[in-house]
Design a protein around this ligand. Structure first.
Ligand SMILES: Nc1ncnc2c1ncn2[C@@H]1O[C@H](COP(=O)(O)OP(=O)(O)OP(=O)(O)O)[C@@H](O)[C@H]1O
Length: 239
């Protein structure tokens, strides 16, 4: 009941098919999704979060349809977008962090108190009134993750979380994520980023090409990526 279950999920935009007949029962704690650019990874994550509804099939998160029951979805799942600039909507750190809590039903003063305590606990109490635009990409990524953690969802969906981060920030974020009790679903086109997952799903042109333990799936994925990389033309570009 508490996992992510997709049955016969298809998704199309303006008649263009993007995902085809995807059925997955995801109960593991650490799940990786790999695939080439345009293979449908972000679209799949958006469906899991209920940000879009499938054009066919069903998505259930902890037993509920996250596209229909938005309040339940807000409590159950958080999504960290590839680009923090697509996620941040408020001018200051404190306002950005408080937004999700208010959406979940806290009063503004309760939310402000929780934000203050969380920033203090992170040793960043002085950040509350800071303008978000003064933060670096890595700091914005941290802010988005903090906003999700404050909402305490059971599942966190991460879309290329390391893409904009330098090596020390990647190491710190990896450590932080590894310690979380939540179920994590991490998208990457870098096999190394999901090598420690309990299960890895390889998407190819909107279909599941392989699904299983990280080692065999990533070995097959890497071999295929190297084969494609060895050719000059890219006539079979996914999407
Ligand atoms: N709203 C949309 N309108 C039209 N096409 C879309 C839309 N959203 C996604 N697509 C197309 O669907 C395909 C899959 O996109 P998606 O972003 O899910 O892939 P991805 O695997 O996450 O890619 P990347 O690794 O480049 O981020 C692409 O061909 C993309 O152009």
């Amino acid at each position: 009941m508490n996992g992510i279950v997709l049955q016969g999920v298809a998704f199309a935009v303006a008649g263009k098919p993007i995902l085809h007949g995807i059925s997955l029962d995801l109960q593991e704690q650490r799940i990786g999704i790999v695939g080439r650019n345009g293979s449908g990874k972000t679209t799949l994550l958006r469906l899991m979060a209920g940000l879009v509804a499938p054009t066919a099939g069903t998505v259930r998160l902890g037993g509920v349809d996250p596209a229909k029951d938005r309040r339940a979805a807000l409590a159950a799942v958080g999504i960290l977008f590839q680009n923090p600039d697509h996620q941040i909507i408020f001018p200051t750190v404190a306002e950005e962090l408080a937004f999700g809590l208010v959406q979940q039903g806290l009063s503004r003063s309760e939310a402000a108190a929780r934000v203050c305590a969380a920033l203090e606990a992170e040793g960043r109490g002085d950040w509350a009134g800071q303008p978000v635009q003064a933060l670096s990409q890595g700091q914005k990524q941290w802010l988005c993750l903090m906003a999700i953690l404050l909402m305490a969802p059971g599942t966190i969906l991460l879309d290329e979380p390391f893409a904009a981060l330098d090596l020390p920030l990647q190491i710190r974020l990896t450590r932080r994520l590894a310690a979380l009790p939540q179920r994590l679903v991490t998208i990457s086109h870098d096999p190394a980023a999901v090598a420690g997952c309990d299960r890895v799903i390889w998407l190819e042109a909107g279909r599941v090409a392989m699904d299983g333990a990280a080692t065999p799936v990533l070995a097959a994925f890497r071999a295929e990526m190297e084969r494609i990389g060895g050719t000059d033309a890219d006539a079979d570009l996914a999407g």
